[in-house]
Design a binder for this molecule. Sequence first.
Ligand code: NDP
Length: 397
Amino acid sequence: MGKVMVIGAGGVGSVVVHKMASLPEVFTEILLASRTKSKCDAIAARIGKNRVQTAQIDADNVPDLKKLIKSCRPDIVVNVALPYQDLHIMDACLAEGVSYLDTANYEPLEEAKFEYSWQWAYRDRYDKAGITAILGCGFDPGVTSVYTAYAARHHFDEIHYLDIVDCNAGDHGKPFATNFNPEINIREVTQKGKYWENGKWIYTKPHEIHKPLNYPDIGPKESYLIYHEELESLVKNFPTIKRARFWMTFSQEYLTHLRVIQNIGMAGIEPVMFDGREIIPIQFLKAVLPDPGELGENYKGQTSIGCRIKGIKAGKEHTYYIYNNCSHEAAFRETGAQGVSYTTGVPAAIGAMMYLKGIWKKPGVFNVEEFDPDPFMEQLNLLGLPWHELHDLELEL
Ligand code: NDP
């Protein structure tokens, strides 16, 4: 059906190409390109059967990337490198007239800040070029956004309250490790909290608001209100939402390590002089922390991510909880990666499939909730991330 170029050979990239390689009728040709070619080669060798071709690319070098896209001629480029590369990859895709998909919104290297404005600014140009950009197609953002669109279509006339709840009840056996790229992860979880209420953003101190929430098949876990990027597009695309919040579980052990890392300056993004040369503390920290892509082997337990929604249907108030639980061990058995990489990589592969099938294909730049949720939801059930619904229960929030 189509040819795809995947950029980024990390934990998520590995899952994306594993899934794509298992669907030869959809993904007829797959090129995996990343900064370190040996990582692409190792993933291609694990998959075998010559299903995945590989290439070296620095995606920040737009002229080189344009050349690679020109020679490969993919139908879509799937960006699972880092958020810093988003605009460079979008530029190269625009120049070559090729569609684009990612799982995390752009973040400038020199400032720990993420928002959609930079990528939404490409709308007219993508529209004129007749190509599609699909933004935020991992789990959160991604599946949580599609869950919300599905709820709005099938279960509510108006959504009023949305709480996205993200629990990782897994244990990787390390004293401290992050589940995806440490630099991006630490930048995300140490920033101020922020949520949407009655038409404006409310700011909180980092981790100021927290409460235990019960997760299906897991039980109660302390959950912390943090800002997450899908809130920005969801409140815009579903204007009946009065309050939208995002909650994530952290263990005391994780928070203690994080506090120490911050207190001693290791989360810093400003350069410091070390041994006669400049280094960025958080990049040095990444080099000594466990590689998230290698955590899978001993990871036990599961993740549980979902949306808890309150709103009205036919004039009556209803509640709704839709979620997926994903086992780290099952993810590792299937793809050699842990559950967080799995829950991100599978939706990215499904998003690319939606594009190749012509279902999520329209000129412009879109967040995933702006497409038809139903065919995507169907594939989640078929491809390893089944979802469950609970109606009219006490939401705790
Ligand atoms: P990793 O750090 O494991 O992998 C990133 C990969 O990108 C590495 O192989 C790296 O290469 C490569 N890369 C980095 N810079 C460049 C560049 N300039 N050119 C080419 N390749 C580059 O990260 P993850 O796999 O954990 O995460 C991938 C993405 O997924 C991130 O953007 C993350 O924010 C996002 N994510 C989204 C989630 C969601 O639910 N929406 C959840 C989790 C993650 P090298 O190894 O050579 O440095």
